[in-house]
Design a protein around this ligand. Structure first.
Ligand code: KG4
Length: 330
């Protein structure tokens, strides 16, 4: 294979429009992210129509900036990768169609990338390479999925949420309590100020051997608690809520790793930015086990991870043709 291989990654599956240039699947030359969070704030969640329109308006500019910052031109690109699944269909289309046009016009391979696999690739862009097979937890506003990652393109789902994603639960409780959007950072900050730590919610899905996640029950429990205790201290309530959300994530990753004798655990997605989650994971970790959490900029949606995993697919000879389509689910 040619060396170096320069790839452009594109991402528009949710509310970030992103483009990045990566060399040899490891070295980030540029990583441009345009967040739409301000457009969705008043709705306390991502509005699909607003998201796809904003991606369409922004993507050309973002691609230009990514190329410019990396000091490359379209003619220098060896492949183009875009997220094709999972996500909002109207949003996914913007990056994938742009990638198809670039692939066709420049005569370079196209790679349609699984967004969740891309998230778990983030550590490889920071020189912290987990050894395959590893346990991968992807925990964001749209997804809570636990994987056994055996190799590139070889992921087995161990368990996933049966209702809300963890980040979604944060966002919904923050909305209910008027704490702002996105809810995760607001709740984490407020929870840190809790002193009594005496509001305790039941453990979620406590049966040993259960591999599922569920976050709608705790949401109802919190809302009921607030209705029954109108004078409750908000910091205490969100502390109790957050402990249960994160305890379940921690319990599931270690159970999966220990059941399989897998030493490496990668945790990615917006919720992985949470400091209390990091604390819990490192408290639970035993000697020989390794927890890898990408830096915050690579934890949330970005296109460097898309270009990165795209490289691995090109390397393995797995490229797509122009007929490839978007999928709401992975
Ligand atoms: O990966 P991400 O940027 O993409 C989407 O899924 O949209 O994740 C965003 C999610 C939101 O639900 C947000 O509330 C949550 O990640 N989040 C956090 C924190 N920072 C972001 N959740 C808990 N603690 C945080 N510090």
């Amino acid at each position: 294979m040619k060396d170096p291989l320069i790839g452009l990654g594109l991402e528009s599956s949710c509310d970030e429009t992103a483009a990045a240039v990566v060399r040899n699947g490891r070295e980030i030359l540029s990583n441009i992210i345009s967040s739409q969070v301000d457009l969705h704030r008043e709705y306390y969640g991502v509005v699909p129509e607003i998201a796809s329109r904003a991606h369409l308006e922004t993507i050309n500019l973002i691609i230009d900036r990514a190329l410019h910052e990396a000091g490359v031109r379209f003619g220098d690109l060896d492949y183009v990768a875009a997220t094709s699944r999972p996500g909002l269909v109207g949003s996914l289309l913007i990056a994938l169609q742009s990638a198809k046009v670039i692939s066709y016009a420049m005569g370079i391979p196209l790679v349609a990338v699984n967004h969740l696999e891309a998230h778990l690739y983030a550590p490889f862009l920071e020189g912290r390479e987990p050894v395959y097979p590893f346990i991968g937890l992807l925990v964001s506003g749209g997804n809570t999925v636990l994987y056994h990652v055996r190799g590139v393109g070889d992921l087995e789902v161990i368990g996933r949420t049966v209702d809300d994603a963890a980040g979604e639960a944060y966002d919904k409780i923050a909305k209910y309590m008027n704490l702002g959007y996105p809810g995760g950072p607001a709740i984490e900050k407020l929870a840190r100020t809790a002193k009594g730590r005496n509001v305790v919610f039941p453990k979620i899905l406590p049966e040993p051997g259960d591999v599922r996640f569920s976050y709608s029950g705790i949401k109802t429990a919190v809302i009921n608690y607030l209705r029954e205790n109108p004078g409750a201290e908000p910091a205490e309530v969100v502390f109790g809520f957050q402990e249960r959300i994160l305890e379940l994530l921690t319990r599931r990753v270690f159970a999966a790793a220990r059941a399989r004798g897998t030493a490496s655990i990668v945790v990615a997605g917006g919720v992985a930015a949470n400091g209390r989650l990091r604390e819990m994971l490192f408290e639970e970790k035993r000697p020989g086990e390794e927890i890898i959490i990408p830096s915050p900029i690579l934890c949330t949606d970005n296109a460097a991870m898309v270009a990165g995993i795209g490289y691995r697919h090109v390397e393995a000879g797995r490229v797509d043709d122009l007929a490839v389509d978007v999928q709401a689910r992975a």
